[in-house]
Design a protein around this ligand. Structure first.
Ligand code: DX5
Ligand code: ZN
Length: 220
């Protein structure tokens, strides 16, 4: 079984010590830094915007994995590309013209990610597979960190893996929400390539060790 890539989610960091927490990620075995942008409309919470993202970018040496929980994300693609996003994820539920939006993300030189809420079936991706670099499966309802993992995600991940293989897609599968050492190995086994982890990393006694354990799939 391959080791998953790990994307610690900045949402669970200490915002009064962001530079310290970003340095921890730099020194760790993390592969990305996951950035959650929430607009208070698509999700019932507001996180942070460009000034914070730009400050983080100045210190972060890992690629930025930007998760847009906003309505009409197409209005901000250039701005997030300019702000240093390596991957831009848009929600399936927020995009009227998903194919156009994903194509535009690639034109901007970023990798194109599409996010599925827990209730959104994978079948809606069948006709846009060729413009997707990453599918992000929400394993909680988006908007908040620290929620419980939805068990159905294992089956959804395995079905998506199968659908991508059948369709000849090399898109990666990413999982976000309630990820911890208790479910990491099973998610990887089901087909996940990238694991986002907020609370289980930043609330751990040693976040860098937590990142390594997620990667190595230590059994709980
Ligand atoms: C939730 C966000 C997540 C969140 C994950 O809407 O998309 O990235 O930070 O946090 P945990 O890992 O604590 O569930
Ligand atoms: Zn996220």
């Amino acid at each position: 079984m391959n080791q998953p890539l790990i994307a610690p989610s900045l949402l669970a960091a200490d915002f009064a010590n962001l530079q310290r927490d970003v340095e921890m990620v730099n020194e760790s075995e993390a592969d990305y830094l996951h950035i959650d942008i929430m607009d208070g409309v698509f999700v019932p919470n507001i996180s942070f915007g460009f000034p914070v993202l730009e400050a983080v970018r100045r210190y972060c040496r890992k690629p930025l994995d930007v998760h847009l929980m906003i309505v009409q994300p197409e209005r901000y693609l250039e701005a997030f590309a300019e702000a240093g996003a390596a991957v831009i994820h848009v929600h399936y539920e927020a995009c009227t013209h998903l194919h156009r939006t994903l194509t535009r993300i690639r034109e901007l030189g970023c990798r194109a990610g599409v996010v599925l809420n827990p209730h959104t079936p994978i079948s809606g991706l069948e006709d846009v597979m060729e413009v997707i670099d990453v599918v992000l499966i929400m394993s909680v309802n988006p908007g908040f960190g620290g929620q419980s993992f939805i068990e159905h995600t294992y089956r959804k991940t395995a079905r998506l893996k199968n659908m991508l293989a059948t369709g000849g897609s090399s898109a990666m599968i990413e999982i976000d929400g309630g990820v911890s050492v208790d479910n990491a190995a099973r998610l990887t086994e089901a087909g996940a390539d990238i694991l986002v982890a907020g609370s289980s990393v930043f609330k751990a006694p040693d976040p860098a060790v937590a990142i390594r354990e997620l990667k190595e799939g230590r059994l709980p």
